[in-house]
Design a protein around this ligand. Structure first.
Ligand code: NAD
Length: 484
């Protein structure tokens, strides 16, 4: 089956692109071109925004009752659920995520989001009549924010598209999605499902392209809100543009999360947890627990055990079900990770496993070896900067207060975990760490609850009623006061 495409999804139909530019999707494993699709241009973005604007200003979608939109999104949910395997394979093919991770998270987590958002939308106070403070009633309405620009990254592409498209649809917004140039393919499957589900024409458009095309979309006067997931550097730029134009904006950005191992933690369980949470998606995960904080007394033994577990993980072809760590998405990402591995050694961190060099038995592909550094000082760049590869830093702490201090000594504040036999003690640690999400002996995102970053990890929240509300504007209608 070919994954090639020759059209863009603009205005809810398959449209001829404005230019002949092509995006070549290259397998990070074989380094061969696996698909060619049109590369969106600024003219395509203009057409998509014009369609979304018309659909918002004049079309049925924002004017439907929430229950009608819920029904269509419910249909979409069923259609999506029937295509999970296909979605997982497409994502692993385009960006190299191990199929074990795609089948567990990349494909099904977006479906779980849809279901969670549906449950929230059914209970959401779309129009709420409340007693005012002056004796009369006030009707508070949550109206759609307008035309949404949704900009996802390549690492969890479908996940970060649906985290924006679903709340936008449920609230009555219209959307232009700009997938990352590395991962345009999964969005084509979504486009087919949107048509099949009966989402009206022009409500969603999808135009994959690069940074300039993305920035054109952000600046476009027809856009009311930008929902972005990606790097902190791009987030700052986008936030600045939106600030100037007073556009609504939500930003899900980078992280450098700390896993705090308390002395009473079950070592085997913590290591098993970190084998997933530290290097999931080959380390290309914003919530990856890449700093591992261990008391001085247990540091060496824990670091050795962690290194032996991480070093034994199977690196290889993303489509092999046994693979635990796949290639980096692109050569420039491989080079970036290797630069950090070299930097860690220069900074004086102790390399326990991994290091630069091609993993055994792999002749092609942008692979790096899963790497663990021990004796890391939190001031080192490998502890401060987001590497976005399978590289962990084990950092010693003096006592629990010191561990919390180190966890907080970061420009980021996205996620974190604590590992302990005492859940209450873990909760106390969670209270002290300044991050948007936190896990005690686990880290499983729950889409009923808000997700997002403190500090340079972002602005605003996705998921939960808080996330849905970010696609609405509150309007207060004052009803007549009673006669005095
Ligand atoms: P990136 O910032 O380079 O690109 C993200 C998306 O934004 C892409 O579609 C890109 O084309 C577009 N883009 C880049 N610059 C832009 C600009 N100035 N204007 C408009 N669009 C622009 O990030 P990436 O390398 O694709 O993704 C990795 C980053 O994403 C990591 O930092 C990771 O932590 C972060 N991330 C965060 C979350 C979260 O929920 N907090 C989730 C996944 C990934």
């Amino acid at each position: 089956m070919t994954l090639d495409r020759d059209a863009l999804f603009i205005g809810g139909t398959w449209a001829k692109p404005a230019t002949d530019a092509v995006l070549e999707v290259v397998s990070p494993h074989s380094e061969e071109v696996v698909a060619r699709v049109p590369e969106g241009s600024t003219a395509d973005i203009d057409a998509a925004v014009a369609a979304a604007r018309r659909a918002f200003d004049e079309g049925p979608w924002p004017r439907m009752r929430p229950a009608e939109r819920i029904e269509i999104v419910q249909t979409l949910s069923g259609l999506y659920a029937a295509r999970l395997e296909e979605m997982a394979t497409i994502i692993s093919t385009e960006m190299g995520s191990p199929i074990s991770f795609s089948s567990l998270a990349q494909a099904p987590a977006p479906w779980m989001q849809i279901e969670a958002f549906l449950a929230i939308a059914r209970e959401f106070p779309w129009e709420d009549r409340r007693a005012g403070s002056l004796g009369g009633d006030v009707v508070v309405r949550h109206e759609p924010v307008g035309v949404v620009a949704a900009i996802p990254p390549w690492n969890v592409p479908q996940f970060t598209i649906l985290s924006k498209v679903i709340p936008a649809l449920l609230t009555g917004c219209t959307v232009v999605v700009k997938p990352a140039p590395e991962t345009p393919l999964d969005a084509y499957l979504l486009a087919e499902l949107l048509v099949e589900a009966g989402v009206p024409e022009s409500v969603v458009s999808i135009v994959a392209g690069g940074r300039e095309v993305g920035e054109h979309l952000v600046r476009h006067p027809g856009v009311d809100k930008v929902a972005f997931t990606g790097s902190t550097a791009a987030g700052r730029k986008i936030g600045a543009i939106c600030g100037e134009q007073l556009k609504r904006v939500s930003l899900e950005l980078g992280g450098k999360s700390a896993a705090i191992i308390l002395d009473d933690a079950d070592e085997a369980a913590a290591i098993e947890g970190l084998k997933f949470l530290g290097v999931m998606n080959s380390g290309q995960a914003c919530v990856a627990q890449t700093r591992v904080l261990v008391s001085r007394e247990r540091h060496d033994a824990f670091a050795e055990a962690l290194a032996s577990a991480i070093g034994a993980m199977k690196v290889g072809d993303p489509l092999d079900p046994a693979t635990e760590i796949g290639p980096m998405v692109a050569q420039r990402q491989q080079e970036r990770v290797e630069k950090y591995i070299a930097l860690g050694q220069e900074e004086g961190a102790r390399l326990l496993t991994g290091g630069n060099g091609r993993p055994d038995g792999l002749d092609t592909g942008w692979y790096v070896r899963p790497t663990v550094f021990a004796g890391v000082d939190n001031r080192m760049r490998i502890a401060q900067e987001e590497i976005f590869g399978p590289v962990l830093s084990v950092i010693p702490y003096v006592d629990v207060a010191d561990a919390v201090r180190i966890a907080n000594d970061s420009e980021y504040g996205l996620a974190g975990t604590v590992w302990t036999a005492d859940v209450e003690a873990g909760l106390e640690v969670a209270r002290g760490v300044r991050t948007g999400t936190y896990g005690v002996n686990t880290y499983t995102m729950d889409f009923a609850a808000p997700f997002g970053g403190f500090k340079a990890s972002g602005l605003g929240r996705e998921f939960g009623p808080e996330g849905l509300a970010q696609y609405t504007e509150a309007k207060s209608v004052y009803l007549p006061l009673p006669e005095m």
